[in-house]
Design a protein around this ligand. Structure first.
Ligand SMILES: Cc1ncc(COP(=O)(O)O)c(C=O)c1O
Length: 393
């Protein structure tokens, strides 16, 4: 039986139409198919490979850690230097108040930890998130998501959750002294890249401070240089009470974190003790890969080169079928008329060797989120291919 047949037979499927590319290897911005065909990964699989696939420094860090130890103990007991070094380096990228890191396995687990922390610290139960938000697929994160379509089949979900409109200042009056937290993506991803105004995020910050509500920023997609700053919130002149990251954090390895102040985080140690437990959270190999990833981004100043790459995409991607381009750095959405238009462009682009995608809640837009390492010639090539795909009916 072929690998494709075995894939369909043995692996749980999540849709009736998986992409089914059979990958042989990956390097930099490229994926290579089993058939020898080379693809440019324009979505970083998805939003993960900010430093490119198999970056040599990430591989070196992984190999080095393999020589010492793999898993040795559940999170929070032993002193594991890959965790310690990563947490110290992460904190150095952040404002003073974000000085304590809880390492987990994934984005959705980091969201779960952040929500629990906010409820436990404030003693409140009400939580607020946005319509069209995507925060993950476990029950807590799913409850906070802003799409009825994806939630309905799994009710009952968490109680006491309200949704507000993203980037709508009037809706901030829903935040009161009953609200434990507001969870919000600094830039909405799966809604099709929605960039809020500085005024909105600053008013949100202010309202949270006034009501004693914790502001949780989800930078699982927007963090690690993707938007042109190391952290997306740096564009907006605000600091969250809890920051959540994952995806690009691991350079291709699974890891996530929720980050807060020592004062807030300390509630996880008592009443009850072990406020969040994870066996594999902060796996030493993932931590080593993550530390290498931070160093690559900062030493090569990858985030500082993002704005000019974004600009080049914008200059090149001019076509009557593109209705609008929404972006912050290399987190971009090309808006088209409808899904069938996007689908046919994506299918053609893939046949020409460029992998792209639509968005979970916005299937009329095409996703561009390449590795930050993509160079200008590669951007020109990719744009040429996308324009060709748009021009063929
Ligand atoms: C903004 C955002 N939050 C949370 C998640 C969930 O992360 P994970 O898939 O690692 O659980 C995602 C994943 O796409 C995301 O884009």
């Amino acid at each position: 039986m072929s690998q494709r047949a075995l894939f369909l037979d043995y692996l749980a499927q999540t849709s009736d139409a998986p992409l089914m590319l059979e990958i042989k290897s990956a390097e930099g911005i490229y994926l290579k198919g089993r058939d020898g065909k080379k693809y440019i990964d324009l979505i970083s699989g998805i939003g993960v490979s900010n430093v490119g696939h198999r970056h040599p420094h990430v591989l070196r860090a992984i190999r080095k850690q393999l020589k010492s130890y793999l898993h040795v103990m559940v999170y929070g007991e032993y002193v594991q230097s890959p965790q310690v070094n990563l947490a110290k380096r992460l904190v150095a990228t952040l404002p003073e108040s974000l000085d304590n890191v809880y390492l987990v396995n994934s984005g959705t687990e980091a969201i779960e930890g952040a929500l629990k922390l906010a409820k436990r610290f404030t003693g409140r139960t009400e939580m607020i998130s946005c319509f069209n938000a995507y925060h993950g697929s476990t029950h807590g994160a799913l409850s906070m998501n802003g799409s009825e379509y994806f939630k309905n089949a799994y009710r009952p979900l968490l109680p006491d959750i309200k949704h507000i409109r993203f980037n709508e200042i009037n809706d901030l009056e829903n935040i009161t002294q009953k609200t434990a937290c507001v969870l919000i993506e600094t830039v909405q991803g799966e809604a099709g890249v929605r960039v809020p105004t500085k005024e909105y995020l600053q008013k949100l910050r202010q309202k949270c401070t006034e009501t004693g509500t914790l502001l949780i920023l989800d930078e699982i997609q927007a963090g690690f240089g993707r938007t042109g700053k190391f952290w997306a919130f740096e564009h907006f002149g605000i600091v969250p009470d809890i920051l959540v990251c994952a995806k690009g954090m691991g350079g291709g390895m699974p890891i996530g974190a929720f980050i807060s102040s020592k004062k807030i985080m300390s509630v996880l140690t008592h009443n009850p003790v072990l406020g969040h437990i994870t066996t594999f959270g902060g796996h030493p190999v993932s931590c080593a890969a993550s530390l290498a990833t931070i160093r690559i981004i900062l030493r090569q100043k990858l985030h500082e080169k993002v704005a000019e790459k974004e600009q080049l995409f914008r200059e090149m991607l001019i076509h009557p079928r593109i209705k609008e381009i929404r972006s912050l750095g290399l987190m971009m959405a090309l808006q088209f008329e409808n899904f069938s238009e996007v689908k046919s462009i994506i299918d053609k682009a893939i046949s020409y060797g460029v992998i792209t995608d639509w968005f979970l809640y916005c299937d009329s837009a095409l996703r561009i989120a390449p590795p930050l390492t993509i160079n200008k010639n590669q951007i020109r090539d990719v744009c040429g291919i996308l324009l060709k795909a748009m021009s063929k009916k």
